[in-house]
Design a protein around this ligand. Structure first.
Ligand SMILES: [Cu+2]
Length: 212
């Protein structure tokens, strides 16, 4: 009997080990962690002052470019290129493409600043801004690099205001330069690197969008 009791104890102990360590418990039933989801919907303020959500242009492709209005070169060229693409695309395609410019400098790029800046480019482009937290969230979800860099030496010093020895608070923002193409459901399709011409992008967009 002593031996049978011992075997029973051993069996129960083994069963306990199996239950605790081998069978999955409730808390470990989550699926294996996937990559963080890219992109997704957002709600920002347009250059016209109204609320803009990505879901409001569902049914259209979206061409998204992140930048800022004080940008010396990359953004003017990027927005010119985006404007050219909109002109070059056949109407059947361009009417199904939402061109979006999202600022990475929401402190300076208010809706009215964006509106004034965008008046130099295609009127189809929607400029978006928001609070710093809102922009930071979208920047993160769309895997955008954007880093504020102080400008210590202003190109021109104004006499009479030369007191401060720590710069004038002016800054630039280094940022990614590609366009992001989203499909009509907001899913990521591809990036267009900034070495592509408007013609390159137009040709590819026409293929991707299935338009002529
Ligand atoms: Cu820029």
């Amino acid at each position: 009997m002593g031996r049978r009791a011992y075997l029973l104890m051993a069996f129960l102990a083994l069963l306990l080990v199996v239950v605790v360590f081998v069978l999955p418990s409730d808390s470990s039933e989550k699926k294996p962690s996937a990559l963080p989801p890219f992109g997704g919907d957002f709600s920002l303020k347009s250059h016209l002052g109204d609320t803009f959500t990505l879901s409001s242009v569902q049914g259209s492709f979206a061409l998204v470019f992140f930048g800022f209005t004080h940008c010396p070169e990359v953004c003017p060229l990027g927005l010119k290129k985006m404007s050219d693409v909109l002109d070059l695309l056949p109407q059947t395609s361009s009417s199904r493409l939402a061109p979006i410019f999202i600022t990475v400098d929401p402190l300076r790029d208010t809706p009215s600043v964006l509106a004034s800046y965008l008046s130099s480019f295609s009127p189809k482009i929607v400029g978006l801004t928001g609070t710093e937290a809102e922009i930071a969230d979208v920047v993160k979800r769309y895997a955008i690099y954007a880093e504020k860099v102080a400008l210590h030496d202003s190109a021109h010093g104004e006499s009479g205001h030369a007191e401060s020895g720590h710069g004038n608070g002016d800054y630039t923002v280094n940022h990614t330069t590609h366009f992001i193409l989203l499909d009509p459901r907001g899913n990521f399709v591809k990036l267009y690197a900034d070495d592509l011409t408007a013609q390159d992008i137009t040709r590819d967009l026409a293929l991707v969008m299935g338009g002529g």
